[in-house]
Design a protein around this ligand. Structure first.
Ligand code: GDP
Length: 452
């Protein structure tokens, strides 16, 4: 079936693009397209060419717009099918009319959400992890999330998994070979070698899965909590941090107001200040409750800003090993000496002195936040951002444990091979190779917009 949709965002722009894909995409478009140069029908044009002409309403012969039509012939197109992209003037009326006249031709319907990308997956132009990266790429709002999506779209996950799968397949075939000789009681596969290979693969799988938290942070904002006793200036600091950035984050439409107020982009990274609404109220609470709230906010944070003020000690806080702490003494505009505060410290970790009120020293804090964000991204060459991939890797890990157990307990080769195949299946599902359920695919592509 042929499909069509407006592929540019809904709204008025200089130009808009209506995309048509399918086996008869070109002949369908020719029914509503009139080239300026006689004989220049789209059907006569080579792949990857542009043709100037008009879109007409075939019923009334009315000219709807002057357009440029791009022709991509199968398999050299985004979807792998014949594709025509019609670039028209960007008025809402024109976009809709062009789509309507195309849909009025026999044999074509409106594309479903993500259907163009789904067809690209189906025709083998990309694997599922790459198709999902297209959605991430389109949604990326910062340099860092764009970098991750771009690397995944280029196939970084696929390449990594291909290597692991090859090793797993070798292991499986060695074990299966033994079955053919089961009468003779031979072992082709040295069990201790297999065991160390299983451990090595599991290490890779676990390491990849462990990047998910960093990937989530880069995609949705690195969670930061500002904690400290009441009145040390937590909300003032948050407001100071948000102030400079508001112009940058405000164009992100469709996000809630809270989200806009509580995220900032610094050095290409998105930072999300968690549960700050709660923290903001702490000045109204009794002291203990305020700190309690602060601590709760800190549980989910990757970065903790431990805030204090002159003569007030830092609150007791034991970070997890994966949490990074920045210590700040606020209200540097007040004339308290730094040394005086220093003597309150139990250790000599670096402290930033700043004034949340005047903004003095806040740039140093911002620089520090960026420095802490960088290693989050470069933990490994690949960073997972997709929960489906993360869960598949966890499943692979569970089966790898069974493989190791089986090998240790000298279980028969065919039982171990069965678990190995389950590992391969889980890895395959990331690339979409073992997904047969249409429901799963529907679920993945329903998050795309129409036209993608
Ligand atoms: P929170 O309870 O930790 O959120 O503290 P607030 O942000 O509500 O600030 C408590 C009080 O300290 C307010 O009166 C602020 O104006 C004041 N304050 C915050 N930061 C500074 C600062 O850098 N210098 C001075 N002089 N006062 C500050």
């Amino acid at each position: 079936m042929n499909i069509a949709a407006i592929s540019t965002p809904s709204g008025i722009g200089g130009i808009a693009v209506v995309r048509v894909s399918g086996p008869s995409a070109i002949s369908i478009c020719d029914k509503v397209y009139r080239p300026f140069k006689a004989g220049n029908t789209l059907a006569s044009r080579k792949s990857h060419t542009l043709t100037y002409g008009q879109i007409i309403d075939p019923e009334s012969d009315e000219v709807i717009d002057e357009v440029v039509a791009s022709v991509f012939r199968a398999p050299h197109s985004f979807t792998g099918e014949d594709v025509v992209e019609i670039s028209c003037h960007g008025s809402l009326y024109i976009q809709q009319r062009i789509l309507d006249v195309i849909l009025s031709v026999e044999g074509i319907r409106l594309a479903e959400p993500g259907e163009f990308t789904r067809r690209a997956f189906r025709s083998g132009k990309m694997d599922l992890s790459q198709a999902e990266a297209v959605a991430d790429l389109i949604a990326a709002t910062t340099a860092a999330s764009h970098r991750l999506a771009m690397s995944q779209m280029k196939g970084s996950i696929s390449r990594k998994l291909d290597g692991l799968r090859l090793q797993l397949l070798n292991m499986t075939s060695l074990l299966e070979l033994e079955l053919d000789f089961s009468e003779e009681d031979v072992e082709f596969a040295d069990r201790s070698q297999l065991l160390s290979l299983a451990h090595q693969i599991d290490y890779e799988v676990t390491r990849l899965a462990s990047t998910f938290s960093a990937g989530q942070a880069i995609k949705n904002g690195i969670p930061v909590a500002i904690i400290g006793a009441p009145n040390v200036g937590k909300s003032t600091l948050l407001n100071q941090l948000l102030k400079d950035d508001r112009a940058i984050v405000s164009p992100i439409q469709g996000t809630t107001r809270d989200l806009i107020e509580d995220t900032i982009t610094l050095g290409g990274y998105l930072f999300r200040f968690i549960d700050t609404a709660g923290i903001r109220n702490t000045s109204d609470q009794i002291e203990a409750m305020g700190i309690e709230r602060s601590l709760r906010a800190a549980e989910r944070a990757h970065i903790i800003i431990l805030l204090s003020e002159p003569k007030v000690p830092f609150i007791d806080f034991e970070p997890r090993p994966d949490q990074k702490v920045i210590r700040i003494i606020n209200k540097s505009d007040l004339a308290a000496s730094h040394d005086e505060t220093k003597s309150l410290m139990s250790d000599d970790s670096p402290i930033i002195h700043l004034s949340a009120l005047t903004g003095e020293g806040v740039a140093v804090l911002e620089q520090h936040l960026i420095e802490l964000a960088r290693p989050v991204e470069s933990q490994g060459d690949i960073v997972l951002t997709n929960r489906r991939h993360y869960e598949a890797l966890n499943t692979a890990h569970d089966y790898l444990l069974r493989v190791s157990d089986g090998l240790t307990q000298q279980l028969p080769g065919d039982l171990v091979a069965e678990d190995l195949r389950a590992v391969i299946d889980s890895l395959n599902s990331i690339l979409g190779q073992s997904i047969t359920s249409q429901d799963t695919l529907n679920n993945i592509f329903k998050n795309f917009c129409i036209g993608k």
